[in-house]
Design a protein around this ligand. Structure first.
Ligand SMILES: [Zn+2]
Ligand SMILES: [Zn+2]
Length: 319
């Protein structure tokens, strides 16, 4: 029996039961709608959006053996939508392996990449000089940075100048374009991407990405405690399927790191709860946090938001 039958059978004079049946009918219709969106929105690979984590560590690479369960590379997230284009969020050291994987996958096909930068701190751009597609003229990359964060183009050019790097950014053969995003969403190859400012030294962006009812919010590098931006994050992340949130510190560690630009796992859980997201993903792990420690933190966070996971390298999430 569906809630619809339940609704029909409920006697009109029983107000309370009728209200209950109406609520269960709404839940049922919502579920059907979600299934329809899944079917309509899925591409041939059977997903609406797919994410892969290539780097999950904050601040600096930390490839010691005790960190290998979650991984030691700095932030890099790959996303795919309904079209052939590839979406990348941040170019930490995880980007190097992603570049090799893309060349392997696309072989002789033209690769078009939309690269979204949260900000220009080293751990988010260090992988870019080692991104193999940069060195092939057949491919194309569009670099996006947000007006509330530092401009990506001069930072990339500076990073690849002597004495830091032997190849100038100007001389790499890939076709490229730089776009500065103002507030408001952009549409790229089917995905809608909304940048928003977050509280971080020198400014940084978060992004909400949507397609066919699936939604992911990427909020790396942010410190709670800025009333206006805390509210904006909650409003932007409202009802998202996934919230990927900075969880670098424990509440105890945070006491000695105020103003460093990062959040605790507890603040991440509170934001997820307030925004009613379906899953919280703890991200930007501190380089000193070993696998066992992160597993413990994840257990603690689950007492607040049951559906919590810690991001780990190589993890693929399909929506
Ligand atoms: Zn960072
Ligand atoms: Zn940062």
């Amino acid at each position: 029996m569906t809630p619809l039958d339940d609704y029909r059978r409920t006697p009109v004079w029983n107000g309370g039961a009728r209200l209950k049946a109406r609520r269960s009918l709404l839940t049922y219709l919502r579920r059907v709608w979600r299934i329809m969106l899944n079917v309509i929105g899925s591409n041939q690979s059977g997903f609406r959006m797919r994410l892969k984590f290539w780097g999950v560590r904050g601040s600096t690479p930390s490839p010691q053996i005790e960190n290998m369960g979650y991984g030691g590379n700095t932030p890099c997230l790959e996303m795919r939508g309904p079209g052939p284009d590839v979406f990348i969020f941040d170019g930490g050291t995880g980007l190097r392996q992603l570049g090799d994987a893309l060349l392997d996958e696309f072989k002789n096909k033209k690769l078009r990449i939309h690269f979204f930068s949260t900000h220009c701190h080293w751990d988010h751009i260090q992988g870019i000089p080692f991104f193999a597609p940069l060195y092939q003229a057949d491919h194309e990359v569009i670099f996006y940075s947000f007006s509330a964060a530092n401009d990506l183009q001069p930072a990339l050019e500076y990073q690849m100048k002597g004495p830091f790097f032997p190849v100038n950014f100007d001389s790499v053969p890939i076709r490229r374009k730089f776009i500065r995003l103002e507030s408001g969403p952009v549409k790229c190859d089917g995905l809608t991407i909304l940048p928003f400012p977050v509280n971080h030294p020198q400014g940084a962006a978060g992004y909400r990405v949507e397609y066919a009812g699936a939604s992911v919010v990427y909020a790396s590098d942010l410190e709670n405690g800025h009333t206006k931006l805390d509210t904006l994050l909650r409003d932007t992340a409202r009802n998202a399927d996934l919230l990927i949130h900075d969880a670098q510190y424990t509440p105890e560690e945070y006491e000695h790191r105020r103003g460093w630009g990062h959040s605790t796992w507890l603040q991440a859980a509170e934001a997820a709860k307030d925004a009613k997201v379906k899953q919280l993903i703890l991200f930007h792990h501190d380089p000193s946090h070993k696998d066992e420690f992160i597993a413990g933190v994840t257990q603690d966070a689950r007492k607040h938001v049951e559906n919590t996971e810690a991001a780990r390298e190589g993890w693929v999430v399909s929506l």
